[in-house]
Design a protein around this ligand. Structure first.
Ligand SMILES: [Zn+2]
Length: 344
């Protein structure tokens, strides 16, 4: 193994500051694992950081956190994995003893350990606190499928919050990769009607193919009217926002029934604000539940589901080599791009 590796290093906002560089392979200490990365998703967070910066990310750094690959080396004392194992890893570890961990909300842990450097590189170090979050991939699961666990996990957590009952009507706003991941799970949870909404017909076609019972292009149809027409005038039992814009969050309140549930999955750009009549919450007796990331236990269940053959064929749509990572800026925003995998 050489001492250096290729990495896409982010030096700050601006495409010219996102550069492929030869950097040292991360060193591992006792308890750490060195991962030869085979797949890493390029996500909205990376795109935003490269174009405009991100308040929670400090350059210079290597972006990317949804990874899979082969164990290349193990530090002293590591017994749970061995060199050559095909794995994915929960990119965030919680401490287990802070207020939030003790109250069973580990996604808000005050002492998180994160994967660093990120996955847009040939190797990364899995620091000792992250090692318990390593999960092996089944032989017939690809690296791209395995690395998707850090999206499937948060979707599974969103499903737990949604608490869909058999026979429910669910409105899903946003039919990108996340929306398409929700649809089979909503079906499996017994939703009788899944009304998928988007502004792109192509995205709606994909939603229908994935199992949505109704599709609504919100540029042409009023989503609230459709939802009420399909529920004897009540509105949807559950609404999932999977876009991350003020307008789509606001739309949730037009389609949910009294005492219904809104699940906020989409993350909005910093500074986003929304005008809302608070009486919609008060007199509507609404349950409004945010969700982001997932607990270690749910991450493990996401990998179990992928290892069992959860179909991602329509979700994993685009791939680039690490050498071509700059093309991600053009490829990722395309409507037909549900997900983009960088393959070092
Ligand atoms: Zn904690």
């Amino acid at each position: 193994m050489t001492d250096t590796m290729l990495a896409a290093v982010w030096h700050g906002p601006g495409l010219e500051n996102f550069r492929l560089e030869e950097v040292p392979v991360p060193e591992i200490g006792p308890g750490d694992v060195l991962l030869r990365i085979r797949a890493c998703y390029f996500g909205a967070l990376s795109l935003r950081a490269i174009l405009t910066g991100h308040p929670k990310l400090t350059p210079p750094m290597v972006l990317g956190r949804m990874v899979s690959g082969d164990v290349a080396a193990v530090g002293e004392g590591v017994t749970t994995v061995k060199v050559g194992d095909r794995i994915t890893v929960d990119p965030v570890a919680s401490c287990g003893h802070c207020f939030y961990c003790e109250n069973n909300e580990p996604t808000h842990c005050l002492n998180q350990t994160k994967l660093s450097p990120g996955g847009l590189a040939t190797y990364t170090r899995i620091a000792a606190p992250l090692v318990p979050g390593i999960v092996g991939l089944a032989d017939d699961v690809s690296y791209e499928e395995g690395a998707y666990s850090d999206t499937l996990g948060p979707v599974l957590q969103g499903m737990e919050k949604a608490n869909v009952r058999h026979g429910d009507t669910v409105v899903l706003i946003g039919c990108g990769g996340v929306g398409l991941t929700f649809i089979p799970l909503l079906k499996g949870a017994g939703a009788a009607q899944i009304i998928a909404a988007d502004v792109e017909d192509q995205a709606l076609d994909a939603a229908e193919a994935a199992g949505a019972t109704h599709t609504v292009n919100t540029l042409r149809q009023d989503l609230g009217t459709v939802a009420r027409d399909l529920t004897q005038g009540r509105g949807a039992d559950v609404v999932v926002e999977a876009v991350g814009r003020a307008a789509t969050y606001r739309l949730c309140f037009d389609v949910v029934r009294y005492a219904g549930t809104i699940v906020g999955f989409g993350g909005c750009p910093p500074g986003t604000t929304m005008e809302l009549d608070p009486n919609l919450i008060h007199y509507g007796s609404l349950r409004i539940l945010g969700t982001s990331h997932c607990s270690p236990a749910i991450f493990r269940r996401a990998v179990a589901l992928i290892n069992a053959g959860f179909d991602l064929s329509h979700i994993i749509t685009h791939r680039l080599s690490l050498e071509d990572v700059h093309q991600a800026i053009e490829v990722f925003p395309q409507v037909e791009c549900k997900t983009l995998v960088i393959m070092p």
